[in-house]
Ligand binder design. Structure first.
Ligand code: BEZ
Ligand code: FE
Length: 294
């Protein structure tokens, strides 16, 4: 009979899970138990600390729901989301870097014509984004679906606001990349994105405060790109010069995703319509990796 003490307990627990019929389940459980026990032993967790940890996890679940994903946010601020992302996107030469999806993707967006102004009368400096989608060799991909969303000047996504309606999107759209002379291209106008805090009114906010960490994400625009025969691309474009690029609360920044928004003073947009006194322009080519055969 083993003794369930500090030295022998771990081996007994490992043995009792070793017979899991699925070898992947058996392997992942073995590592989970090994690392979890090592953590508890190493940190000499007190009963009070264990109780507080259980309470923290309970509250993380309780605050979560259809529009609030506190567990994903916890994974994000602990760097786990970006670690899983990195493990699953190794060695993709020529492909655009990936980053976190974040909790404000609402599913498929409404298909919108190229060049549309997503901002309407929203306050903020005006920006033109001209982009294209290609394979890793630079060959344009026509008909790709590009979902775009970003926060407003106050750092809020439409889906965070009271009265939000899925059928009345703001600062969100889906573009379908062009064909022929416009092969792979899409473009839109919007307002300059700003840095904003991740939600801090729940357990994750408590964690950040306890650690003395800020909650800010540098200014960015989200993109999800899907095209038949290619792996989906989940990424952002970050605004060069933002003061939080080096300390993103969710570790999502990659240098290849930072773009310059160049100022322009011409009186019209490139399509000839009247422009504000100063506007900004950026361009980017997103490169998708081929789907791996099953
Ligand atoms: C976002 O960029 O929308 C986001 C990502 C991770 C956590 C919170 C927000
Ligand atoms: Fe975001």
């Amino acid at each position: 009979m083993p003794e369930f003490n500090v030295t022998q307990l771990t081996e007994s627990v490992l043995n009792s899970y070793a017979g899991a019929p699925d070898p992947r389940v058996a392997s992942v459980l073995r590592k989970l138990i090994t690392h979890l026990h090592a953590f508890v032993r190493d940190s000499e967790l007190t009963l009070d600390e264990w109780t507080r940890a259980i309470d923290f996890l309970n509250r993380t679940g309780q605050i979560s729901g259809a529009t609030r994903q506190e567990f994903i946010l916890l994974s994000d601020v602990l760097g786990v989301s970006m670690l899983v992302d990195a493990i699953n996107h190794r060695g993709e030469a020529g492909a655009t870097d990936t980053t976190v999806l974040g909790p404000f993707y609402v599913g498929e967006h409404r298909v919108t014509p190229h060049g549309t102004d997503l901002a309407g009368s929203a306050p903020g400096e005006r920006v033109l984004v001209e982009a294209s989608v290609s394979d890793t060799a630079g060959r344009p991909i026509a008909g790709a679906h590009v979902d775009v969303w970003h926060a407003d000047i106050d750092g809020m996504y439409d889906s965070q606001k009271p009265g939000y309606r899925l059928d009345e999107p703001h600062l969100r759209a889906r573009f379908v990349t062009g064909s022929g002379v416009d092969a792979g291209r899409f473009s839109f106008r919007t307002v300059m994105p700003h840095s904003y805090p991740v939600p801090t009114d729940g357990p994750v906010g408590e964690l950040l405060r306890a650690a003395g960490r800020h909650a800010m994400r540098p200014a960015h625009i989200h993109f999800v790109i899907n095209a038949a025969g290619y792996q989906p691309l989940v990424t952002h474009l970050f605004v060069a010069g933002d003061s939080y690029l080096d300390s993103d609360a969710v570790y999502g920044v990659k240098p290849s995703l930072i773009v310059r928004l160049e100022p322009h003073d011409e009186p019209t947009w490139p399509d000839g319509t009247p422009a504000p006194a100063r506007w900004y322009r950026t361009s980017y080519r997103f490169a998708l990796r081929k789907e791996t055969p099953a």
